[in-house]
Write a protein that binds this ligand. Structure first.
Ligand code: KDG
Ligand code: MG
Length: 409
C-alpha cells in the first residue's frame, strides 16, 4: 500500500493546529497531529521540508519500520519538534491501517480493556465562590473527577484559571496562548501559592465531601523541597494526583519529593520519549504518565511506554488540553481503551470552530470518553473549513518573579 502524497496543513479554528495528511495509492487517507503550541511553523517546516519526501513510495502498512527510520535516520533524535513530526506520521499510518482493516485503531492495539475512559475536567476560579460554581458546572456536565486551579492572592494571573483576566486583557478559558508576536509576561510567587493552595483544597473538601477525585497542576513551578512541602500539606485532602510539581528536566527532583509525601505524582506532558520516563517508572517515582501522543512520537511509543509502566503499576494520565488536536486526542483515546493500566484522561472540550475542521466521532457521556467505532482514528479533516481559518501567530505566556527574574510558567 504505497504512499503517494504527504501534505501539511496549519489552521487556526480558535487555536493553531498542524495536521499531516497522508494519501495512499489505493485512495486511503490518514491524518496525524503535529501541533506544538507556539512553535507550529517549525514543526510544519520539519514535516514539509524534511519528512514528506521520505514518505513517498513507502508502504503505509510498515508503521514500526517507518517510525524507526524517521527516528534513527535524522541522527539528531528526540526534542518536541522532531517527535511531534514523527507522531503525526505514526498517527496517520495507524489511521490508514485501521481504515484498511475496517476497524477502529483500538482493535488493532489489542481491543478494548474497558467500556469507557474516565475523564477529568478543569474547574477554576478567582475566588472560592467562583471555584465552587465551576466545580458544580463540571459535575452537572457529568465529570466525575475534577482538576482544581485557583487564583493566588497577590498574583495577577495564574495558569489554569479560566475566568481570570490575563496580562493581555483577555481571558484564558481554554487557550492560554495570546495572539501576537511576543509572549505575555505574567507574575509568580511560590511562597504565596504554597500558603494559599491547601486552604483552597480544604474549602473544596468541606463543600463537596471526601469522595470526588481532585487533581491539581503545579505547572513545573516549584523546587524539589517546595514540591515536597506542597505534597505533604495537601495529604489531608487526598488528591488523585499532583501534576508537574517540579520542572520536567530534573528527574532527580522527584526522588526527593517522593521521600516526603504520599500524594500521588503525575508528570510528562513535556516529555518526548520513553527515555524521559525510564528511571521515573523503574524507580516508581511517579504514579501517572502524562505523555501526549502528539509530543511523544505517536501511538506506537505511547503503547510501549504504558506496557513498560505496567510492570511497575504506573498508570496513564495522558495530556489532553485543547492544543492537542482532535486527531491527537483520538489517538490517545484508542491507546487508553486498549491498555490494561489505564488511569484517567484529561478532557477539555474543543470549540465549535475546531470541531467544524476536525469532525470527531468520540463521545463523552456520564464522565466517560470513548473513541467510537469508525475505522481508523475516527476523525475527519475538513480541508475546506480549515482554509477559512489561517494560522495566527500566538505564544504561551511566561513568568517573572517580583524582582524581574524569569520563572517557569
Ligand atoms: O500548551 C501548553 C498546555 O498544553 C499546558 O499548559 C496544559 O499543563 C497543561 C495541562 O495540564 O493541560
Ligand atoms: Mg499540565
Amino acid at each position: 500500500m504505497k504512499i503517494i502524497k504527504a501534505e501539511v496543513f496549519v489552521t487556526s479554528p480558535s487555536r493553531n493546529f498542524v495536521t499531516l495528511k497522508v494519501t495512499t495509492e489505493s485512495g486511503l487517507v490518514g491524518i496525524g497531529d503535529a501541533t506544538v503550541n507556539g512553535r507550529e511553523l517549525a514543526v510544519a517546516s520539519y514535516l514539509k521540508d524534511h519528512v514528506a519526501q521520505l514518505l513517498i513510495g513507502k508502504d503505509a502498512h510498515r508503521i514500526e519500520d517507518t517510525w524507526q527510520f524517521l527516528y534513527r535516520s535524522s541522527y539528531w533524535r528526540r526534542g518536541p519538534i522532531t517527535m511531534a513530526a514523527i507522531a503525526a506520521v505514526d498517527m496517520a499510518l495507524w489511521d490508514i491501517k485501521g481504515k484498511a482493516a475496517n476497524m477502529p485503531v483500538y482493535q488493532l492495539l489489542g481491543g478494548a480493556s474497558r467500556n469507557g475512559l474516565r475523564a477529568y475536567g478543569h474547574a477554576s476560579g478567582t475566588d472560592t465562590e467562583q471555584l465552587f460554581d465551576s466545580i458544580r458546572e463540571h459535575l452537572e456536565l457529568g465529570y466525575k473527577s475534577i482538576r482544581v486551579q485557583t487564583a493566588v492572592p497577590g498574583i495577577k494571573a495564574v495558569y489554569g484559571v479560566a475566568a481570570q483576566t490575563q496580562a493581555s486583557g483577555e481571558r484564558y478559558d481554554y487557550e492560554p496562548a495570546g495572539r501576537g508576536a511576543f509572549p505575555q509576561e505574567e507574575d509568580w510567587d511560590t511562597r504565596a501559592y504554597l500558603r494559599h493552595l491547601p486552604t483552597v483544597f480544604e474549602a473544596v473538601r468541606n463543600e463537596f465531601g471526601p469522595e470526588i477525585p481532585l487533581l491539581h497542576d503545579g505547572h513545573h513551578r516549584m523546587t524539589p523541597i517546595q514540591a515536597a512541602k506542597l505534597g505533604k500539606s495537601l495529604e489531608p485532602y487526598d488528591l488523585f494526583w499532583l501534576e508537574d510539581c517540579t520542572p520536567g528536566e530534573n528527574q532527580e527532583a522527584l526522588r526527593l519529593v517522593r521521600q516526603h509525601t504520599t500524594t500521588p505524582i503525575a508528570i510528562g506532558e513535556v516529555f518526548n520519549t520513553i527515555y524521559d520516563f525510564q528511571s521515573l517508572i523503574k524507580e516508581q517515582l511517579i504514579d501517572y504518565v502524562r505523555a501526549a501522543s502528539t509530543h511523544f512520537g505517536g501511538i506506537s511509543p505511547l503503547k510501549k511506554v504504558m506496557d513498560y509502566a505496567a510492570q511497575y503499576q504506573v498508570k496513564s494520565g495522558f495530556h489532553g488540553p485543547t492544543d492537542i488536536s482532535p486527531v491527537g486526542f483520538a489517538a490517545q483515546l484508542h491507546v487508553g481503551l486498549a491498555i490494561h493500566n489505564y488511569g484517567i484522561q484529561e478532557y477539555m472540550q474543543h470549540s465549535d470552530a475546531t470541531n467544524t475542521v476536525f469532525e470527531q466521532s468520540m463521545t463523552f457521556k456520564d464522565g466517560y470518553l470513548h473513541p467510537g467505532d469508525k475505522p481508523g482514528l475516527g476523525v475527519e479533516f475538513n480541508e475546506e473549513a480549515a482554509l477559512s481559518y489561517p494560522y495566527q501567530q500566538a505564544y504561551l505566556p511566561y513568568n517573572r518573579l517580583i524582582d524581574g527574574t524569569v520563572h517557569d510558567w
